[in-house]
Every structure is written in C-alpha cells, then in structure tokens.
Design a protein around this ligand. Structure first.
Ligand code: LMR
Length: 320
C-alpha cells in the first residue's frame, strides 16, 4: 500500500512539531510547506535525520511552492500568526483571514481530495473561511479545537483527582474561545460523571469550578507563559489524533469544529461538537442532550462564533 502523504501548511512551532510526530508515528510522507524560504527545508531535514534514530521509513521535504502538496491525503493548516500576551484570538482575524485565502486556493488547486484540519486562530471562523475559499466538501474540512480543549480539561482533572488520565473522559462543546462549554455532566472520572465524582470525594465543587475556568482560559495561560507565541505540543498532538482517525479509518468520536447543517438546531457555521471521523471525513455528528444551563452557555459561545464569521464576510466580500 502506498504511504499516505501529509502536507503541513505552516512551518512554525506547531508545523515543526506536527512534522516530528507524524514522522515518528510513521503516519506517512511529510511535506512541510511555508512561504518563508529555508525554514521548512531546515526543519524537514533535521527531522529526516532524526528518523534514522527513531527508525521510521518516511520521507520529509520542505517546500515553498504549493505544487509540492499535490495529491496530499491530509493537509494540516497552521499558517498565519499566533497571538501574543494581551491579545485575544479574535484579534488575529484580519491577518489570518488573508492567509486562509491563499492556503484555501492552494489546497483547492493541488490537494482537492485531502482531509483538511485547520488550527489557525480564531479557529471556528478560520475553518469556516478555509472551507469557503477552498470549496472542498464540508465533511472533509474540520477545525482542531475541541480535542485540545478537552485534553486540557482531562489533564487538569487527572492532576486534581489523582486518577489515571486513561480513566478520564472529558468533553468541551462550542467555539474555541473563552466561552467554550466544558461539559461537566457528560465528562467522567473513572466512569463517574463529574457531579458524582464530587459526591464521591474525588474533588470538591470549588476545585471543579476552578478547573472549568482554567480550561476555558487554557490557551491564554500558555500564551502568558511563553510570551512569544502560543501552545504547540498539545495542538499538534490533537491534530495528529484527528489525522490518524481519518487515515486509519478509526472512527473515533472527537470534539472538532465541524460544519453544522441542522444539528444542534444550527446551520451554516463551524463550531465544536463531537464528530465521528473516519475514511469519509466527518461521518456523523454526535448530539449531546443539553440542559437549560448548558444550552444557554452553548448559545453564547455560538453567538461569538457567528459574530466572527460575520466579521470575515465584512473583511472579504467574496465570503458574503
Ligand atoms: C490554544 O488554545 O492554545 C491556541 O488556540 C492558541 C491560543 O492563542 O490560545
């Protein structure tokens, strides 16, 4: 069987980490693309040399020409700029929207059959724009956010309760902004819902409330620490989990920013909900039942995403 081709659009910190993890897991041959000359070539060569140590038979190539992504099975988009301390993800909309236009056109021309995972912020609006600019099928264009947000939620729960991360299942719903919705009733510690885990003494209600707050601000916490950019290890791992589910037809249910057409009573937008990812891309959207409080929080998060999508339409008339 031919090896898969994985195109990574953007060779910054996430792009480099993605190339490393994809090569190490022998997911396929890697093309690391960036408009900056030398950076993708240097990183690809470095990881290729490392592959002799970790022993994976993969090829890695740096590229500055979209023609090199031709025939890619998966494209993971990190191109654009990250935020710095004091900025919100939404502040990036103007600059990153222009980048999505170039990337969308490049993918449409050279890799129209790819499964596309967008990481660029503000995530839900950028994946919406990327789908519009590329014209690729909606079930083949998704945003990485929920996997990352849920991973943060799970990691904090494991740390606080002392329960193995393998026995924690955590979910977030909604946009990749500070008003995302950590799904307390639907997340579990050792099989117990979080309210039951509190009752059983795994953590206190105050500790749970603090974890919910910390999860919502998880990206900003790292931006404040790094000072020069944003998180890259966890975002890269999250996108790799999604790429693997597609490439290996694992049919994992992962929280991602997906196109909604009626699910959750919403349409014509991308927002984070659990989705089954297999060889067909997004094969099914899973609908949680929500209570009034969760519904209201989700509606607020959706409203923020819709506002950003409207801002994209104003900034680029071709999207309206
Ligand atoms: C994250 O959540 O780490 C990313 O969206 C980057 C950011 O700006 O927070």
């Amino acid at each position: 069987m031919a090896r898969a081709k994985i195109a990574l659009i953007g060779a910054g910190m996430i792009g480099g980490t993605l190339a490393h993890v994809a090569a190490r897991e022998a997911l396929g041959d890697v093309i690391l693309f960036d408009i900056a000359e030398g950076t993708p070539q240097g990183k690809a060569l470095d990881i290729f040399q490392a592959s002799a140590v970790f022993g994976a038979d993969v090829s890695l190539k740096g590229a500055n020409d979209y023609a090199d992504i031709a025939g890619a099975d998966v494209c993971i988009v990190t191109a654009g700029v990250p935020r710095k301390p004091g900025m919100s993800r939404d502040d990036l909309i103007g600059i990153n929207l222009k980048v999505m236009k170039a990337v969308g056109e490049g993918i449409a021309k050279h890799a129209p059959n790819a499964f596309v995972i967008c990481i660029t912020n503000p995530l839900d609006a950028m994946v919406w724009a990327l789908q519009k600019f590329s014209g690729l099928p909606k079930e083949k264009v998704v945003g990485m956010a929920g996997v990352l947000d849920s991973a943060r939620f799970a990691a904090f729960l494991a740390e606080k309760t002392g329960v193995s991360i393998q026995d924690i299942h955590a979910w977030t719903l909604g946009g990749h902004g500070d008003d995302m919705v950590p799904m307390v009733r639907h997340s579990t510690v050792g099989g117990l819902s979080l309210p039951d885990a509190v009752a059983a003494g795994f953590l206190t209600q105050d500790e749970l409330d603090a974890i919910v707050k910390r999860t919502r601000g998880g990206g900003g916490e790292i931006v404040a620490l790094l000072k020069t950019g944003s998180a890259f290890y966890a975002p890269a791992e999250s996108a790799i989990a999604m790429a693997k589910s597609y490439l290996l037809d694992q049919k994992r249910v992962l929280p991602c920013a997906v196109w909604l057409s009626g699910e959750y009573g919403l349409s014509d937008l991308y927002v984070g909900v659990p989705a089954l990812i297999g060889a067909g891309g997004v094969e099914k959207i899973v609908e949680f039942t929500t209570n009034d409080e969760e519904k209201a929080m989700f509606a607020k998060s959706v409203e923020s995403v819709q506002g950003l999508i409207e801002a994209c339409k104003v900034a680029d008339a071709s999207l309206a």
